[in-house]
Write a protein that binds this ligand. Structure first.
Ligand code: GLU
Length: 485
């Protein structure tokens, strides 16, 4: 193992957003590429919104995608605990240190007082920020305020002198912030729980994180965190902020993006393959040197580098994902696709109880070529189950009534009934032979036959259809077609 240590630090407050899992993936890839350690830390200090169930969601989606972590919740490690709420006494130690060094202070301002402060600033055309009112309270004043029952927060003393704060970002280069825009921010809330900006610094330092790779939405937090590293006398990790993911309409990928789902669980439920989603997500902001698009996890790890991560926003193109997923569905082992497809088939009410595994395998293989994701399989099954229905009966009957189509159906029926095996390759040969015997061309053979057997004008290969329907059912359907002439 190298000294490269990265972490994914989600808050268990909801379903995992696709942007968050891309962050997890890039951390994972960076760790694997560099023989480093990938850590899962749970940031559960938002007591109202964090739940165990949502932590389970994180484990489940990461397991599903094969993003195993080397250290962290569940698996343990030398730098735990890995849930922030189990680390409160650790944070306290460093809060005390900052208080002792006069680099932090208790603030007793009530929410109403803070509102008033901001209102005044607004009226004077100033940006709203904490004025530092409680910076220099004497012990008497503190005692008095505490006697009133006020519960203080702890604020970090942002150095007063105005200076430029530079975040040296691995993706964005040097990003400059003025310390003027940073006020004395809260590091411990009045309930004693540290805020994100404080806890994250203590954890990243103690967990020896070498690179913090996270979403661009955290870029403005980074100068605050750097000030804390400085105050505590710690060397800060390297930072890399990944750009946002946008929908094809260039708006932020949110619940309202319409075409694209925003939660990982939705892709899992629709039957996207984890391998395809990993491939697709890896290309959101990163690209390999040779621009190859279909890459398995090992290929991606081999080629991944932060230098090739793009700082412009990545566009989530669902059509591309669908195309890619379709490729993976077609290329996967049939057994794997059958196992994954079965629940959708059963859920839609199709009865498989009297079907052999071989038949189910052929069914899935026959239709998988048309699928973008597995839930779509149920759109392609009606022709193989129950009564035949013609999509456009008038048109179908017109087709059946063409000259010589009766000979086509009679001959084909005889040849189907004479089949010794339902092996699709044998059926394919039989179809070719039948066409040769007939006094018609290919169009007058295949088109009416497809209508007669499937009720539709297009669909899967006829030899597979015949194999799946079986001799009797094919004969019945051809008889039915003949009766409509
Ligand atoms: N809990 C934070 C989040 O989910 C982590 C941010 C970070 O990686 O520092 O956004």
């Amino acid at each position: 193992m190298s000294d490269i240590r990265v972490r994914f630090a989600p808050s268990p407050t909801g379903q995992i957003h696709i942007g968050n899992i891309r962050t997890a993936l890039f951390n994972y890839l960076f760790a694997k590429k560099n023989n480093g350690t990938f850590i899962l830390r749970i940031e559960d200090t938002d007591r109202e919104r964090s739940t165990n169930e949502f932590e389970e969601v994180i484990h489940r989606e990461m397991d599903w995608l094969g993003l195993e972590w080397d250290e962290g919740v569940k698996v343990g490690g030398d730098h735990g605990p890995y849930r922030q709420m189990e680390r409160l006494d650790i944070y306290q130690e460093y809060v005390d240190e900052l208080l002792d060094k006069d680099l932090a202070y208790y603030c007793y301002c009530t929410p109403e007082e803070l509102d008033e402060m901001r209102e005044e600033q607004r009226q004077q055309g100033q940006p709203p920020r904490y004025t530092g009112k409680c910076r220099c309270l004497g012990q008497d004043e503190k005692d008095k305020l505490e006697a009133e029952g006020r519960k203080p927060v702890v604020r970090f003393k942002v150095p007063k002198e105005e200076k430029e704060l530079i975040v040296d970002d691995l993706i964005r280069g040097r990003v400059s912030f003025s310390s003027e825009v940073i006020d004395d921010f809260v590091i411990v809330k009045s309930d004693g729980i540290p805020t994100y900006n404080f806890a994250v610094v203590v954890d990243d330092y103690l967990m020896k994180i070498s690179h913090v790779i996270r979403g661009e939405d955290h870029l403005s937090n980074t100068p605050k965190q750097q000030l804390l590293y400085e105050a505590l006398g710690w060397k800060s990790p390297r930072f890399a902020h990944l750009s946002m993911i946008l929908g094809t309409d260039k708006s932020k990928l949110s619940k309202r993006s319409g075409e694209a789902y925003v939660y990982v669980s939705e892709y899992r439920k629709k039957g996207y393959l984890p391998e395809a989603l990993i491939n697709f997500l890896s290309l959101l902001g990163w690209s390999p040197e040779d621009e190859e698009e279909i890459l398995n996890k090992e290929d991606i790890i081999k080629q991944f580098s932060i230098e090739r991560v793009n700082k412009s926003a990545a566009v989530f193109d669902v059509e591309k994902l669908n195309w890619m997923n379709g490729m993976y569905i077609r290329a996967a082992e049939l057994d794997q696709i059958v196992e994954l497809a079965k629940p959708y088939i059963l859920e839609a009410g199709y009865d498989l109880s009297d079907k052999s595994e071989e038949w189910i395998g052929l069914l899935v293989d026959t239709v998988r070529g048309s699928l973008d994701y597995l839930a779509e399989i149920t759109d392609h099954l009606d022709i193989f189950f129950g009564e035949l229905e013609y999509t456009d009966k008038e048109k179908v009957v017109e087709d059946f009534k063409q000259d010589k189509v009766d000979i086509v159906f009679e001959t084909l029926k005889d040849n189907i009934l004479a089949l010794e095996t339902l092996d699709p390759q044998e059926i394919k040969k039989m179809l070719k032979k039948t066409l040769k015997e007939l006094p018609v061309g290919g169009r007058l053979f295949y088109h009416p036959t497809r209508f007669a057997l499937t009720g539709k004008g297009s669909g899967p290969e006829l030899y597979n259809v015949i194999a799946l329907l079986g001799k009797e059912e094919c004969a019945n359907r051809l008889d039915k077609a003949l009766s409509l002439r």
